[in-house]
Design a protein around this ligand. Sequence first.
Ligand SMILES: Cc1ncc(COP(=O)(O)O)c(C=O)c1O
Length: 385
Amino acid sequence: MDIKQAYQKNIMDTYSRFPLVIVKGEGSVVFDESGKKYIDLTSGIGVNAFGYQDKEWLKAITQQAGIIQHTSNLFYTLPEARLAELLVRKTNMSKVFFSNSGAEANECAIKAARRSSLLKNGKGYHNIITLKNSFHGRTVTTLSATGQEQYHKDFFPFTEGFLYADTDNSENIKELVKNNGCAAIMIEIIQGEGGVCVLSDELIQTIKELTSKYDIPLIVDEVQTGNGRTGKFFSYMHFDLKPDIVTTAKGLGGGLPIGATLFSERFQNALSPGTHGSTFGGNPISCAGAASIIERLDDKLLLEITEKGRFIAKTLSALKSVKSVSGKGLMLGVEIEGDIKQAITGCIQNGVLVLSAKNKIRLLPPLNIGMDELNEAMNILKSSL
Ligand SMILES: Cc1ncc(COP(=O)(O)O)c(C=O)c1O
């Protein structure tokens, strides 16, 4: 079968794909149809937390598939209970709602914030302040939450009540909160799709003060930054922040779909029976796989992630063609001289998979990538850039 042709014929044309058919993955490498090997610095956009065919994850999901693959949320299952307990323990949050994706985790957060605000303040306090250049998902409401015009233009009208604050001017968010009845402020600590941009300390401090002054919840979207990616369990832990609602997905599942919305004690009753649900949410196989990822994210591994990130940043910063390196841990954005598309094509042709984010090359390698592979990848990037 000509796979590319079959895609063209049968699959909706919504992605601009690289001309590669990936047939197999092992550790931090993948192979294409011709057997050519690529070191994967993308992890399926931050999903394959421990690379391909990770033994513990594979054992967890295959064992669980042989026990029970799905019930429904009308019953209790062990993997969901175990994963929730692990997440609550790692974060000091109080409750978790499981879903299937980042967008769905964010939808849950938005519904919970609006419901809490309605019960507390009455009508008119439904606005959610998000940031310009943010990305929160592709559903109508999470697109509405996304502060980037380019994603909006074809899909009006949207869910109302989202206001976008500047990221480079703390006064703007102060004005927005002061002048609008707000249900929440929602942020990514590092704007991944926005170009791997870390929010400034000043903006984070302002947001912290505003949520406290106006008694509104802070929602942190950890869909891309979560689960060890930045060298902390969640990226807000780099700062003195205590969010009320945290959303995550991607790396949590290690390769299977899962989303999670975590609630602080104050917001643990933000949703009640009948107000929210998801058929596949808490799926036993996804939860068993996720637990095998989460239980290994200890201080030693987080330190290794930080050190490997520093190594990549130092190596690439030394190149003449590299203007800057942003991000934290193994979530990095590399700004280069010259054409970004051409650079990415060159890297891939030379055997390293990389991503883009706005005007940068984005790197999201597996959290356990070995130093040998990292060195080899850096040598290829050095010659490709
Ligand atoms: C910060 C952030 N939020 C939400 C999403 C949406 O996640 P999903 O594609 O799983 O719905 C993404 C996806 O890239 C993301 O990076």
